[in-house]
Design a protein around this ligand. Structure first.
Ligand SMILES: Cc1ncc(COP(=O)(O)O)c(C=O)c1O
Length: 336
């Protein structure tokens, strides 16, 4: 039977398969399940991250639609924006980034360094604005490009539409091949969830293969829990409608909302502790906005006895480490 995913054009942007590695020292210290890490921080595109897999499908669609320019959206330190800028540079599309001041983070270089520096080096045009001005700013950019005769391809925040989420259907298949080759059954896959495309794609891919008992998103973004769940549910069902035969009733999102703290982009003490613990025990660095906050949540769950000690849990490292330098103050230790 032909593979339904083959109906969608894809440009090769990601270094795949990304490694799946055991976290032996962290597993031992925590005394819970056997932990593994899927290194999607290593997808390779301008330092990589989870958006690269989505962009393989989105950029292919932009090219199929004869676009000259891509417009996309994110917070100032958006990892999605940086990977989109890199993807556009690689295939020769103009890239416009509408970056909103959506996160109150007090660091003198927050607006210009880290991801924003890379956006600039990658040749993207950056349009900074307050969230309330995003619509007007987008319209002005569309008008400018339209008058220059350029056709535009819009990519939503986080690359999270059904087409983008196909990148994580592929990732689910990749993970199952790797875990089978390593000789274990993954009981749960855990990752940071915000715009929802990563989780929606993983849910469809895993449900199709029946390969994992649970895809658990840790909410790092939305204080409205119902809205977050509805976004993922809706996306997963829309992904399914692109051609999967999986039963829609199998697509109920599982999201743990307990670790958001004071909000998106605000690391908690669990976040910074998890970042240090993983770095010191495994030599792997996660970020304070997404992957570190999700890992902090997973570690709390293990400490509370919520993860079976007889299980295998895969944590997906979705990237984001570029932002670390402008979060320096979150890691300051009290001086003796
Ligand atoms: C590093 C990182 N991890 C996780 C996510 C969440 O992925 P999604 O937006 O698909 O839920 C993002 C999204 O911006 C991200 O940049």
């Amino acid at each position: 039977m032909p593979d339904w995913l083959d109906a969608f054009p894809r440009v090769a942007l990601a270094h795949t398969p990304t490694p799946l590695e055991p976290l032996d020292r962290l597993s031992e210290v925590l005394g819970g399940p056997r932990l593994w890490i899927k290194r999607d921080d290593c997808t390779g595109l301008a330092t990589g991250g989870n958006k690269t897999r989505k962009l393989e499908f989105l950029i292919a669609d932009a090219l199929a639609n004869h676009a000259h320019a891509v417009i996309t959206f994110g917070a100032i330190q958006s990892n999605h924006a940086r990977q989109t800028a890199a993807a556009c540079a690689k295939v020769g599309l103009d890239c416009h980034l509408i970056l909103t001041r959506a996160v109150a983070w007090d660091h003198p270089e927050y607006e210009n360094n880290a991801n924003v520096l890379l956006d600039d080096l990658l040749g993207a045009r950056i349009h900074r604005c307050d969230p309330s001005d995003a619509k007007a700013t987008t319209q002005a950019v569309q008008q400018e490009l339209g008058s220059a005769g350029k056709s535009i391809y819009l990519i939503p925040t986080g690359g999270s539409n059904p087409l983008g989420a196909l990148g994580y259907v592929r990732c689910a298949r990749e993970l199952l091949e790797q875990s089978a080759a390593l000789g274990f059954h993954p009981n749960r896959v855990v990752h940071a969830t915000s715009s929802g495309g990563t989780q929606a794609g993983l849910m469809v891919g895993m449900a199709e293969a029946g390969g994992v008992d649970s895809v658990l998103g840790i909410n790092v973004y939305d204080p409205n829990h119902e809205a977050m769940e509805e976004r993922v549910r809706h996306l997963a069902r829309a992904v399914r409608e692109l051609g999967s035969t999986v039963d829609a009733s199998a697509l109920e999102p599982e999201i743990d909302h307990r670790y958001l703290g004071s909000g998106y982009g605000q690391p908690t003490s669990d976040t910074t502790e998890a970042i240090r613990q993983l770095a010191e025990l495994e030599g792997i660095v996660v970020d304070p906005v997404y992957s570190g906050k999700a890992l902090g949540g997973l570690i709390r769950r293990i400490r509370a006895g919520e993860e079976s000690t007889n299980s295998n849990v895969i944590f997906v490292h979705t990237g984001g480490v570029v932002v670390q330098s402008v979060y320096r103050t979150a890691f300051e230790r009290p001086t003796a």
